[in-house]
Design a binder for this molecule. Structure first.
Ligand SMILES: [Mg+2]
Length: 476
C-alpha cells in the first residue's frame, strides 16, 4: 500500500523584472515565482508535483502556508485520497484554525491550490495518464464529487452538474480526438507588455502572425494616447493583408461579437485593475477606435456590481468585459455570472484553490454559457491551463468555437514536460504516462533559482553584482 511519506517545498523565483516581461499598468516589476511542493511516497518512482504562482515578494509566505496544509497528507495511503478527491480537498480547506486566514482566498487559498494540485498530479501519474485524460475518463458523478460545489448550489446543483456532463457524453470522443489532433486555440499576450518599445511590439506581432495566432492582447491603462498609439501599432500589422500567412483561414463562428478586423484578427485589452468603475467606462470609451473584443480586469476583482455596471455602460460600444485571474474563489465567479457582469470568464489555475475548484467554476460557466478563456503566462500557468481547457472543451463547454487560451512564451524550459503551441497557434495536448499535471520542474532549475540561496540569486543577479561593485565582492 503506497503512502505519502512527506514533502519538500521550494521558494523559486525567476528574475523576469530585468527584462520587462510581464509588465502592465499595475505590476511593474514582476519576478515570476513558484511556491512549489513535491509530495514523496513510499514508492521512489512516484512523486506528485504542485505549485502556485506569485510575482516575487511573499512567495516565502505562501511556502509556509503550503507546509501547514501538506502536513495533513503525511502518512495517508494514496488510494484512500484518490477514492474521493472531493474529500481530499475538503480535508485541506476545513482546518478550523487555518480557515480563519481565508476562508478560501488569499495566501491560504493559493497554497491550497498548490497542495491539492500536487495530489492530482500524483493521481494522474499513478494512472499513467495526463491529468486532463484522467478527468475526461471519469464518470459525471465522479467529476461532480471531485468538484467544489459547496456554497454555489443556488446557481448550480450537483444534479444539474451531472446532467451537463451527461449531455456531453455523445460528443466526448469526437472532441477528444479533435483536441489531440489539432490542439486548442491560443492567443498571444507576448506582443503587448507595457514595457516594450514600438519596434519590439512590431516585431513580436509580425512573428505571432506567422506562428498562426489571430488573437492578440495589449496592456493598457497608463495613458490613453500611449495606449491608442500602441494599439494602432498592432492593428496596423494584424489588419494588413501583407502580413498574413498565405494559408490563413477565417472561422466566422469563432469571431462572433469580437470586433475582428478585415483580416479576421482580434485585439483584446487588459487594464490589470487600475481604474475605479466610472473611470473604467470613460477610459475604455476613449479606446473604442482600437476596437477590442473585451476589456480585461477593468477594476478591482471583487467588485461584482462594478463589473456589471461597466459591462452595461459599455454595451453600446460593442466592447465586452472579462475578468477572473484575480477572482479568489468560486463564489465570486458565481456572483459575476449571476449578475451578468462578464462576457468572458478567465479562470486562473493558481488563483483558485486547485483543480477541484476549477472544475466547479468551469461547470458554472457551462451552465451560464459563458466562454472560459483561462489566464496564463507567469511561470507554470500555461502548463496547468492547457489541462483545464482540454477538460472544458471535451467534457463541459456547450461550444468551444469562441474560446481562446492565453499563451505567453516564457520560462517553459524549466519544466520537464513543457507545454507548446503548434504551427497554427494552438496549444498541443500534453500526452505521455508521466506528464501528470505538466508541472514537474527540473531539479537544476529548482536549485539554481531557489530564493535566496540558489546559485542564481547568490552569485549571478545583477543587483548583487552592483552591490559587489560598491566594494562588497565582485562576481563574474
Ligand atoms: Mg490579465
Amino acid at each position: 500500500m503506497t503512502q505519502i511519506t512527506g514533502y519538500s517545498t521550494h521558494d523559486i523565483r525567476f528574475p523576469t523584472s530585468l527584462s520587462g516581461d510581464g509588465t502592465d499598468a499595475m505590476n511593474t516589476d514582476c519576478d515570476y515565482s513558484a511556491a512549489y511542493i513535491i509530495i514523496h511516497t513510499t514508492s521512489e518512482s512516484l512523486k506528485g508535483y504542485g505549485m502556485t504562482f506569485t510575482i516575487g515578494k511573499g512567495n516565502d509566505i505562501v511556502v509556509q502556508a503550503i507546509k501547514q496544509l501538506a502536513d495533513k497528507l503525511v502518512n495517508k495511503p494514496i488510494e484512500s485520497l484518490f477514492n474521493d478527491m472531493g474529500a481530499m480537498w475538503a480535508l485541506l480547506v476545513s482546518d478550523s484554525q487555518l480557515r480563519w486566514l481565508g476562508p478560501e482566498k488569499g495566501v491560504i487559498g493559493i497554497a491550497t491550490g498548490a497542495v491539492s494540485n500536487a495530489v492530482w498530479d500524483l493521481y494522474a501519474r499513478s494512472r499513467k495518464k495526463p491529468l486532463w485524460k484522467l478527468i475526461v475518463d471519469m464518470s459525471p458523478e465522479e467529476i461532480v464529487r471531485s468538484s467544489s460545489l459547496r456554497y454555489i448550489s443556488d446557481a448550480l446543483t450537483p444534479e444539474e452538474a451531472v446532467e451537463i456532463l451527461r449531455e456531453r457524453q455523445s460528443t466526448k470522443q469526437d472532441r477528444e480526438e479533435n483536441a489531440v489532433k489539432h490542439g486548442l486555440k491560443a492567443y498571444s499576450t507576448s506582443v503587448g507588455w507595457m514595457g516594450y518599445t514600438t519596434e519590439k511590439v512590431q516585431r513580436l506581432t509580425k512573428e505571432a502572425l506567422q506562428q498562426g495566432f489571430d488573437h492578440f492582447k495589449l496592456k493598457v491603462g497608463v495613458s490613453v494616447d500611449d495606449d491608442l498609439a500602441r494599439a494602432k501599432t498592432i492593428r496596423d500589422i494584424i489588419d494588413d493583408p501583407q502580413y498574413q500567412r498565405s494559408d490563413k483561414q477565417v472561422n466566422l463562428k469563432a469571431l462572433e461579437n469580437k470586433n475582428a478586423g478585415p483580416t479576421g484578427n482580434v485585439l483584446m485589452i487588459d487594464a490589470n485593475q487600475v481604474w475605479d468603475v466610472k473611470e473604467a467606462v470613460s477610459y475604455v470609451k476613449k479606446l473604442q477606435p482600437c476596437k477590442p473584443w473585451f476589456i480585461e480586469e477593468p477594476t478591482m476583482p471583487d467588485d461584482v456590481l462594478g463589473h456589471a455596471r461597466i459591462r452595461n455602460e459599455l454595451k453600446d460600444t460593442g466592447i465586452g468585459v472579462a475578468t477572473g485571474e484575480h477572482c479568489a474563489n468560486r463564489v465570486l465567479f458565481k456572483q459575476l455570472l449571476q449578475a451578468e457582469a462578464i462576457d468572458v470568464l478567465q479562470i486562473d489555475a493558481c488563483r483558485l484553490a486547485g483543480l477541484n475548484e476549477c472544475l466547479a467554476v468551469m461547470l458554472l460557466a457551462a451552465k451560464f454559457n459563458v466562454p472560459v478563456c483561462p489566464h496564463a503566462g507567469g511561470v507554470g500557468l500555461c502548463e496547468y491551463v492547457v489541462h483545464l481547457s482540454l477538460i472544458d472543451y471535451i467534457y463541459m463547454a456547450p461550444s468551444f468555437d469562441r474560446n481562446v487560451v492565453e499563451w505567453v512564451d516564457h520560462l517553459h524550459e524549466h519544466f520537464r514536460y513543457p507545454v507548446s503551441v503548434n504551427s497554427n497557434g494552438r496549444y498541443n495536448a500534453p500526452t505521455g504516462p508521466n506528464v501528470g499535471y505538466s508541472i514537474e520542474m527540473y531539479q537544476d532549475s529548482i536549485e539554481r533559482y531557489s530564493y535566496p540561496n540558489g546559485s542564481y540569486w547568490k552569485d549571478e543577479h545583477p543587483r548583487l553584482v552592483n552591490k559587489a561593485q560598491e566594494g562588497r565582492r565582485v562576481i563574474g
